[in-house]
Design a protein around this ligand. Structure first.
Ligand code: SF4
Ligand code: SF4
Length: 290
């Protein structure tokens, strides 16, 4: 019933390296609201997890179709733009979850996505883009906790996985849930928002999951022709061809280079801004191919 990591390493996100003095004027006022909210939502997810672990359920619960419809409806009310379902994959659970302290997950996952503001991301790598990332981490964190509460109120058991440094590789779970595909820059690309979303998940002790309609959505052929993110990354952190790391994991991103610049620039986001799936969207990309 409970699932645990099979040893995947995670990268530690050190929020204290993120210099919020870079936010000036109105941005500074917004940061004073966003940052405490972000910490509060992480803390809330941690507290709920501890409570969950003290009193574990005996069995997996059965959930009717109507329950999942209610979950989707409630997610929309909370401003969550993407909802998908997939069994939790133990290969995607991190060995060390620094932010949430979460070690175990229930067997199924509700993967959630929230759009980041187009105009703010278009200013990357200037501070408005970085602040918008933090803002959506906070907003989605709060919405995820609230949706987990809603599900508990229906009698099911949940563990909320915060979008910032949560316990599982969220883009991989999102692909499994049929929400999109991974682009060359390593981010989830969806038909609705391109690469312009943050992700979270709720693991749930309920089955069977609703049927997932897998979109016929291939982006590899666009990425092969494009490579704009590779060219525009200021620190060459995106490789033309994927490499295999010592632990056998395939990646296109030099995580160390990326995270250093991410801190330095207060949130970078250039590889989101420059991606045509952000700039002109999936439909325009699709028709331009014809
Ligand atoms: S910028 Fe181009 S290569 Fe990079 S993810 Fe977007 S479409 Fe793919
Ligand atoms: S976030 Fe910035 S530094 Fe990191 S891969 Fe994207 S463009 Fe490069």
């Amino acid at each position: 019933m409970l699932k645990k990591s099979k040893g995947l390493n995670s990268r530690l996100i050190e929020l204290n390296k993120f210099d919020i003095r870079e936010f000036k004027g109105l941005l500074s006022d917004k940061a004073k609201i966003v940052v405490p909210k972000l910490f509060k939502t992480v803390q809330r997810a941690k507290t709920d997890y501890k409570r969950e672990m003290k009193n574990l359920p005996d069995n997996v619960q059965s959930a009717p179709k109507e329950f999942w419809e209610e979950v989707i409806e409630q997610a929309k009310i909370l401003g969550i733009g993407l909802v998908g379902f997939a069994p939790v994959d133990e290969n995607f659970i991190f060995k060390n979850d620094y932010i949430g302290g979460i070690e175990f997950l229930y067997e199924n996952g509700i993967v959630l996505g929230m759009e980041m503001d187009y105009e703010a991301i278009d200013k990357a790598p200037e501070p408005p883009a970085g602040l918008e990332s933090l803002n959506i981490y906070a907003e989605l964190g709060e919405a995820t906790n609230k949706l987990a509460d809603f599900i508990r109120s229906k009698g099911y058991r949940t563990i909320a996985c915060h979008p910032l440094g949560g316990p599982i590789l969220l883009p991989a779970m999102a692909v499994k849930a049929g929400l999109g595909r991974i682009g060359t820059q390593g981010l989830l690309i969806t038909k609705k928002f391109g690469p312009r979303q943050r992700l979270s998940m709720i693991s749930i002790n309920a089955t069977p999951l609703p049927e997932v309609s897998q979109d016929n959505f291939e982006i590899d052929e666009y990425c092969k022709k494009c490579k704009r993110c590779v060219q525009m990354c200021p620190v060459n952190a995106i490789y033309y061809e994927p490499i295999i790391k010592e632990n056998g994991i395939k990646t296109r991103i030099d995580g160390e280079k990326c995270i250093e610049y991410f801190y330095e620039s207060t949130g970078c986001s250039i590889c989101i801004k420059e991606c045509p799936f952000h700039k002109i969207g999936y439909k325009a990309m699709y028709y331009s191919r014809l």
